[in-house]
Design a protein around this ligand. Structure first.
Ligand SMILES: Cc1ncc(COP(=O)(O)O)c(C=O)c1O
Length: 512
């Protein structure tokens, strides 16, 4: 009898799933793996320094014919995958907008995996649908957005803006949903955004058949905010030429400097011109939770749509982006289309999130947000964002006090843009780019560079809960040492000077 049971178990493992006791053992192993990874992440290089193809070279070209034990798979993860990664969760990862991994966030992801539902309609998973509505509303309350706005969760802000502009397009050119844009006597539709805005506006225009060139990049002012006078002029000029100004995309937390566009003035123009106002608060939206940053949201209640990425600033693991639309029915009108085989699944009284976008199958994203937000609470989120702001200000002070470096923009939220400035002006762009590349290649830290007014600058984005003041100090020391090395290397071979910065200028040395 026992033998027969064992046989049927092994059959089960061959034709069905892993036997429960083996699965339990594997889960424990994996739990240890995850806990070790998190505990010792600092021992890893932040980024590899391999040539493209280095990972592929270590992997078989053909898919496996026979199944393999988890142990062997995990060994390859340790030896091939982990060393081939940029570790966004590493405390010395200071690139982009920092990162949002936390232990509760990881648990939320883990919890989602076994449930593995498809939340396309309410009936296909009531809990997933209703929890989505709940967490969208929690975030709305936390960031202080009025209840005229309801939302939908997508993977990214790029997908969010595409859906928002699809509604704007439908309202500017009714029945586009049914008839499309071509073969009709329609004007050129124009979208306006600043020269600092994210490229997702162009991507949306491409996807919607509006055309990349119909996204007009309006110049920004000295603080990298859209210049409202230039915006007004661009709209007037387009109207005179017979184009149809359709939408403005304002940004709260631009990609390079986290600057904030003047939304009240932009909203005024949109109201006068009857244009859609989309607010890209992908990064800055989360910071509206911090009382000192409440001014960031000034005027946003006048928007038609707002996108916020909790995976950028509210500690939800990638991917999790919320598009809020004033009067969400407008979004539904464009995207609701019930295929016959799902007709029985749709219950009018409840939301069916498949009606609010092009995606039919939808994963249970709300669960991880619910886990992390319950674990941290509003106070926990705000405390962590405040710590990021404190560290940013500290770094900005170090930069200001150092004659070799200068701030390139006013520090905002978790972002500092700065520049090594103590060399021949012609060499500075290359030097700043070199410093970033050298640091990233060292595996000791990771930062990014960007261009501001055509000049290369270094950029640090904080966000990781593991990054402490000590890490930042280490990073700053590394930047200074690397800048010195890059500067030495940039000198002509004949130059005899073997000094470092401080020896070069004793006055500075004394002060440092
Ligand atoms: C301001 C801003 N908006 C939108 C995006 C696009 O975000 P996603 O990757 O969620 O599409 C980014 C990306 O960094 C961004 O910085």
């Amino acid at each position: 009898m026992q033998k027969r049971q064992q046989e049927s178990r092994s059959e089960l493992s061959q034709f069905g799933d892993t036997p429960p006791e083996e699965f339990r053992k594997q889960l424990h192993e994996l739990a240890d793996w995850i806990a070790d990874f998190r505990e010792h992440i600092e021992r890893l290089r932040v980024a590899p320094n391999d040539k493209p193809g280095a990972i592929r070279e270590q992997l078989p070209k053909r898919a496996p014919e026979e199944g393999e034990p988890l142990e062997r798979i995990l060994t390859d993860v340790d030896h091939i995958i982990v060393p081939g990664m940029v570790h966004w969760s590493h405390p010395m990862f200071l690139g982009y907008f920092g990162w949002t991994s936390t232990a509760p966030g990881i648990l939320g992801e883990i919890l989602t995996a076994p449930l593995n539902v498809n939340a396309m309609t309410w009936r296909t998973c009531p809990a997933a649908t209703e929890l989505e509505t709940v967490v969208i509303d929690w975030l709305r309350q936390w960031v202080g957005l009025s209840d005229e706005f309801e939302g939908v969760i997508y993977d990214t802000a790029s997908v969010g803006i595409m859906h928002a502009l699809a509604v704007a397009r439908e309202e500017a050119a009714p029945v586009t949903r049914k008839l499309g844009l071509t073969g009709r006597d329609l004007p050129r539709f124009r979208i306006y955004t600043s020269d600092q805005a994210h490229s997702s506006a162009e991507k949306a225009a491409i996807a919607l058949g509006l055309g990349e060139e119909n996204v007009i990049r309006v110049p920004s002012d000295a603080q990298f905010r859209i210049d409202v006078a230039s915006l007004g002029q661009a709209i007037t000029k387009d109207r005179q030429k017979g184009s149809h100004p359709m939408a403005v995309v304002a940004t709260l937390g631009t990609t390079s400097t986290a600057s904030v566009d003047p939304v009240p003035e932009i909203a005024n123009i949109c109201r006068q011109e009857k244009m859609w106002l989309h607010i890209d608060a992908a990064y800055g939206g989360g910071f509206c939770m911090v009382p000192e940053y409440e001014s960031v949201r000034k005027g946003w209640e006048l928007a038609d749509s707002i996108v916020i990425n909790p995976h950028k600033s509210v500690f939800v693991p990638l991917d999790f982006s919320v598009l809020y639309v004033r009067d969400l029915v407008r979004l539904r009108r464009v995207f609701s289309l019930v295929p016959e085989y799902l007709r029985g699944d749709t219950v009018e009284a409840e939301k069916n999130y498949m009606d609010y976008g092009i995606q039919l199958g939808r994963r249970f994203r709300a669960l991880k947000a619910w886990v992390i937000w319950r674990s941290l609470g509003r106070a926990g989120v705000v405390a962590r964002l405040r710590e990021q702001i404190r560290l940013v200000n500290l770094l900005a002070d170090w930069i200001k006090k150092d004659d070799h470096f200068g701030l390139s923009a006013r520090p905002s939220m978790g972002v500092v843009c700065f520049r090594f400035i103590d060399a021949d002006d012609k060499k500075l762009d290359q030097l700043n780019t070199d410093i970033v590349e050298r640091i990233n290649a060292s595996g000791r830290a990771y930062l990014t560079h960007t261009k501001l007014r055509g000049r290369a600058v270094m950029r640090i984005g904080l966000g990781n809960v593991l990054t402490t003041e000590e890490h930042l100090r280490t990073g700053w020391k590394l930047i200074k040492e690397t800048a010195d090395a890059a500067w030495q290397k940039s000198k002509t071979p004949n130059s005899r000077a073997q000094t470092n910065f401080n020896q070069r200028n004793p006055k500075r040395a004394k002060r440092d």
